[in-house]
Design a protein around this ligand. Sequence first.
Ligand SMILES: [Zn+2]
Length: 479
Amino acid sequence: MSVEKLPARAEDYSEWYNQLVLRADLADYAPVRGCMIVKPYGWTLWENIQQALDRRFKATGHVNAGFPMFIPKSFLEKEKEHVEGFSPELAVVTIGGGEELEEPLVVRPTSETIIGHAYARWIKSYRDLPVLINLWNSVVRWELRTKLFLRTAEFWWQEGHTAHATYDEAEAETRQMLEVYADFAVNDAALPVVQGVKTESEKFAGALRSYTIEAMMGDTKALQSGTSHNLGQNFARAFNIQYLDRNNEQQLCWTTSWGLSTRIIGAIIMAHGDDQGLILPPKLAPHQVVIVPIFKNDAERGPVLEAVQRVRAELAAEAIRVKVDDRDTVSPGFKFNDWEMRGVPVRVEIGPKDVEKGSVALARRDKPGKEGKSFVQQAGLDSTVKNLLVEIQDALLKRAIEYRDANIHDPKDYEELKKVVQDGWAFSYWCESRECETKVKEEAKATTRNIPFDQPEKEGKCIVCGKPSKRKVYFARAY
Ligand SMILES: [Zn+2]
């Protein structure tokens, strides 16, 4: 019995991904096309992501709440750009309890409208501001071309919704939450994202301005991994979110929204995985360490399992997430492959010789074969493993940075741009016209990802039309 090999990542990246998601036991297909079942291993990973984000949201003053999944259809029609953006992908409920509904309900594609309705009732005075609420929920967008985690009709996420007295406060909030996402992506998910502002054509439907973090996947395509929108007064106007200011005058609020979804799991898979399967960053891994006992007979079994339980308890006491694989039905070799497939950062092997010598074998998931293997003493194993987890976390980030930087190009002209975006990103001057953006999209299948905050000091010329340009933008094929 052995774990069947995945398709080679370099040969069929898409099928490598599809099979990895199933074999690593993260998710499964659902009976409704485009929907996704997240299995316990995938959900635990999501819970770790949630905790890492939730901690940051609360540290920046936000609180969680629950909002309904059904929204009166008329709510969506109140903000023109918003309804245009979302109409094609709405799921609509017309019957409830066997009766035709007076007004159809949409299953939330996002909650700006129902939030707008509630905030208009809750906010009366400047004393009520800011309102800083986050929701953990799932939303539905009727996608036709779907892929587990990356694009599904229903997906899980968080959506933050805030209301402020001034433009400056709303803008500061939008940028702060982008920073929170980037901090999480880099330090917990080991994804070296680029931060920047979306172009007008790529921004959120109804937003004044959208910011994103963009990550490079293992096939050099870009993945938008989190978004933060300054909604200006668009939703405040549509839903009449007003407050009385200090001079007793009515003012419209300024609102924001920001979201990060289970898509990030797709990003983690694609940025770090290899031909053996998933490689999880230790900070998010459901199991940081798996212990595999090795014995041939009953005489060896007792002392080995005793050592395994002792080591497990020592690691768990240091808050290391540790799992003992004591399955009797499969061989140690099968277990090695299985946990490699599932991306556990560190494997501990304990056999009869280790019991005698007071040692264990350690194997790093990020370094396959002999290179990642070491033999260490059981005494002090807790600190050895702690240090190793930090080292692996750092190594994953370093590798992802090197890969990203090696695949961002500075093409000298439009012809070269068309070539480099077939296998990498282009970082180029652009005149900010819709025409040039569309041309690249049509001719090179690359979209503008974002305009980063860090810009060269000198001005340049648009890579497409040659007109003067102040800012560079990332062009890339994207998921
Ligand atoms: Zn141009």
